[in-house]
Design a protein around this ligand. Sequence first.
Ligand SMILES: [Zn+2]
Length: 506
Amino acid sequence: MHRRLTVPSALVATLVLAIPASAANPSAGAPGIGDPYYPAAGNGGYDVSHYDLRLKYRPETDLLEGTATLLATATQDLSRFNLDFGLEVSEVRVGGRKAEFRKEGAQELVVTPASPLAEGRATSVVVRYAGKPSELEIGGWTAWHRTPDGGVAAQEPDSAVWWFPSNDHPLDKATYDVSVLVPDGSQAISNGVLVSQSSRLGWTRYNWRSNKPQASYLATLAVGRFDITTGTTADGLPVLNAYSKDLGDNAGAARASVERTGEVAEWLTEVFGPYPFNALGGYVPNVTSGFALETQTRPFYSPRQFANGSNVSVVVHELAHQWYGDSVSVEGWKDIWVNEGFARYSQWLWSEKEGEGTAQELADWVYAQHPADDPFWTVAPGDPGPENQFHLAVYDRGALALQALRNEIGDEDFFAILKGWPAKHAYGNAEVGDFVAYAERVSGKPLAGLFDTWLYEPSKPAAPAAAGAGVARSAAGPERPKSWKSIAATNTIHDHGPGHRPEHAH
Ligand SMILES: [Zn+2]
């Protein structure tokens, strides 16, 4: 589902009628979708609407065998096209017919169909494959977490390459059916609703369905030994959480946090509007990483997030992403503020609601923590560059920008915007500039200067006039809000672990 697919359906029909069997002037699809941060990410020439992944995984050896069926539509007359994928492929079929294929580099699979695809033509692409994801390193980096009892796919900006072939960029979202066969006693966790589960001859199959558009990096797979809890929200949504049986001393705190998913989602619904997906939950596998990730409907949490006790703030952050990041996704990775600035600000709003410090107090505190010569102020949250995509400034300066906006336009318009934006761009993609224009429209105020100051200028902005208004401030500066420690504890949310990905690795 590609929002830039602009070919009118009447024109498509004409083309298909006029040229039923072949494309008029076929050419190769681009090997990248056109994201300057990650030139190899995604591909051109087609659009995927659905992924059907039928997988078998052996936890003891890390061997993953799969058949992926992609439903796609050509967006140009196509002689060949690329998929992003790293494991060993044994067969590719396009429209039922065997296709030629070859690997190019570590993660491009070049597919040449038996005959060219006409623009607008819907087709199926079947890829059979097998491999050990833990053995796949790209630029010295892996997105796959091997655990003592299985493996986990959860990373940003990409993890799909380690477990299924895709058009790996948020611009091409699709629905997913993920069916996983694992030995009895192991569980397979993925996104959406667990539709069914059945056992036969020592193996259990788990069938998961995510029925709303989902970016490829938000698809997740975890196989291991989990304790699973289930429930239903007041709105009737199924909740499913999974905890590794091997969380040690973090087990209690992990549950005490993630079990509050329904409560947090209920509150976020008041702030951001209706929850956009068909299921809720979270999972905590026994990985050694420190981050958390907003995998769609079912965020991933590293056990280390709960090393100091329960932390509901990280649950607030990842669930806020279901609106800001998952339903409304970045247009390009430069737009990461549209995800992280809002997810961080939601933690400030939760603190405000819990009486542990208002968003203004948190803003004052953050502002005071970074002196003018702190390199923190040289990172532009509105376009941080790939090397700083997950820099703390994208989060904290990004949230300061929202507090500045709130002070400028007042609570009524500010909260109308927080709720209106996810409705306006539901299941789509948007840029930072789209948000600025939307905020100007709703508030009726020119805001380009404010956003330039807070999102783009490489220097510490003068404190906004309204900051601290009505807040008691001592000469020593603002006091540390009570919630600060639990919010700061989530700063490793997107710390991508010891194997930090090198620049431009994608
Ligand atoms: Zn985040």
